[in-house]
Design a protein around this ligand. Sequence first.
Ligand code: 5GP
Length: 189
Amino acid sequence: MDSLKRRIVKDGIVVDKNILKVDSFLNHQVDLNLMYEIGTYFKNYFEEYKPTKIFTIESSGIAPASMTALQMKLPMVILKKKTSKILNDNIYQTVIHSFTKSVDYNLTLSKKYISTGDRILIIDDFLAKGEAASGAIRLVESAGAKVSGIGIVIEKSFQPGRKLLESKGYKIYSLARIRSLEHGQIKFC
Ligand code: 5GP
């Protein structure tokens, strides 16, 4: 997606060779026109897989996921990051590790918002090591539902997330794929 790549080059901040900051249009201040366009790309790509719901992970996935859900006319469900484990029969929980924040979360989904026949499109802002997406997949599959695809706004292709998920047979579509952040420079695949 060329407009996204241009925006990353213009406003992205390379924190170090592993982390890109996009606080001015995606993670803190949000450019909703760009998010709408992102939603159009995801819709065009994923509609043939006929998802029934869109899942995202709080909080940075919400903007691109909501714009996709709006255009696909599907419900959006936000997977919550809880810091403590909840003992409750009405929820699914799985632990994920955030490498950017060096913390573990209990990714949490209410059983009310998924059923066995669902085909879930997972949308998130970044793909790095694949921890967040893998956690979302575990929740979907523990409910007996299926993952119909994974839509990523910015993929850091030099990290192992894509390989891990593809090796398990999941379909990934990323709108911008970064090959390297070495020497403060953003290089796309
Ligand atoms: P993963 O779970 O694939 O290792 O990392 C993806 C999650 O970590 C995303 O949900 C995103 O919030 C966060 N993340 C990973 N790498 C980056 C990055 O370079 N910049 C920002 N802003 N977030 C990142």
